[in-house]
Design a protein around this ligand. Structure first.
Ligand SMILES: [Zn+2]
Length: 141
């Protein structure tokens, strides 16, 4: 297991390609792509995809903070508020990620930022009672 990504190894004022970001932090490029899917801001409309150092720092710092926070089942961690938040209207979109996991996306009830939360597909029945689940995206099973 690699050491924990350190936000201090990233310089705020420069932009990073995915490979540069991976090298700077000491993770694989696949890990960086995964972070972008789960909320790391990136300029994905251009090639190469660029990540702003300050965004990367904030993302890593929030991941650290989040790992210390126990979210209630009805809460998301908002990257902008840096706090656990309930989704606006308790409304979430459901994205099936794999055979075992699903991603819930809700808008922070305070600032409107999209927030992600990974859940086990085993728990979907209970999640349906907590949230108003709007869409089943990629639902095959
Ligand atoms: Zn928020």
């Amino acid at each position: 297991m690699a050491k924990r990504p350190n936000p201090r190894s990233v310089r705020a004022a420069r932009s990073y390609t995915l490979q540069e970001a991976a090298d700077a932090i000491g993770v694989s490029i696949g890990t960086v792509r995964g972070w972008i899917r789960t909320g790391l801001p990136a300029f994905v409309g251009r090639r190469p995809v660029l990540i702003v150092g300050s965004d990367l720092q904030a993302f890593l710092q929030n991941r650290r903070a989040r790992s210390r926070i126990d979210l209630s089942e009805d809460e998301f961690f908002c990257l902008r508020c840096k706090l656990p938040r309930k989704p606006f209207g308790m409304l979430v979109d459901l994205h099936l990620q794999s055979a075992k996991t699903a991603r819930l996306v809700g808008l922070c009830e305070v600032c409107g930022t999209p927030c992600n939360k990974m859940v086990s597909r085993r728990d979907l029945a209970r999640i349906g009672q907590i949230f108003d689940v709007a869409g089943k995206v990629g639902s095959q099973a």
